[in-house]
Design a protein around this ligand. Structure first.
Ligand SMILES: CC(C)(COP(=O)(O)OP(=O)(O)OC[C@H]1O[C@@H](n2cnc3c(N)ncnc32)[C@H](O)[C@@H]1OP(=O)(O)O)[C@@H](O)C(=O)NCCC(=O)NCCS
Length: 145
């Protein structure tokens, strides 16, 4: 399988359709993206949207946020997803590798992410890629819903 990893540079209808195929595989509650949402993501200076394609089909994506805070330039990985039909072939690993390279290039001090313990594939992937489990409490303040 020949998969290409690149940074999404424009919000096209094709990319939107691909993202909306991936999104339900990541979240059962996230509403479908609209073109304006995709434009906002791609246009944000702190966000890099990595896309994995095979034969021009979107098979995976990852969102990297890089932001300056008082303790330094930090990075966060969110919304890692590979299409069900393309899993187990190294696409997730390639997406994480691209994000790590980008964060390193930007001189970010660290990269954080979270993953529910029941996401076995994701936890296996992150550990294989060198992410180390931290002892911390993760909190969320629900604003909508
Ligand atoms: C997690 C996910 C992105 C992995 O993508 P993938 O392309 O299948 O992963 P890869 O093929 O690159 O696998 C890389 C490593 O991840 C781990 N891994 C992948 N699938 C696994 C599985 N089913 N069980 C255990 N470990 C697994 C392994 O360490 C694997 O390395 P190996 O092949 O040498 O054993 C994919 O399963 C997915 O989209 N899951 C649903 C959405 C999700 O949970 N996203 C993460 C949110 S935190």
């Amino acid at each position: 399988m020949s998969v290409t990893i690149e940074v999404a540079s424009s919000a096209t209808d094709e990319l939107l359709a691909g993202m909306n195929k991936l999104l339900p595989q990541l979240s059962t509650t996230a509403p479908p993206l609209e073109l304006a949402d995709l434009e906002r993501i791609i246009g944000s200076p702190s966000i890099t949207l990595f896309v994995a394609t095979e034969n021009s089909e979107l098979v995976g994506s990852l969102t990297l946020a890089i932001f300056p805070i008082p303790t330094g330039l930090r990075a966060w990985i969110e919304d890692v997803v590979v299409d069900g039909s393309s899993r187990g072939a190294g696409v997730g690993e390639a997406l994480i590798g691209a994000a790590v390279n980008e964060a390193r290039k930007c001189n970010a001090r660290s990269i954080d992410l979270t993953s529910r313990p029941d996401r076995e594939s994701a936890n296996g992937l992150y550990q294989k890629m060198g992410f180390v489990l931290r002892e911390t409490n993760v909190y969320r303040y629900p604003i909508e819903g």
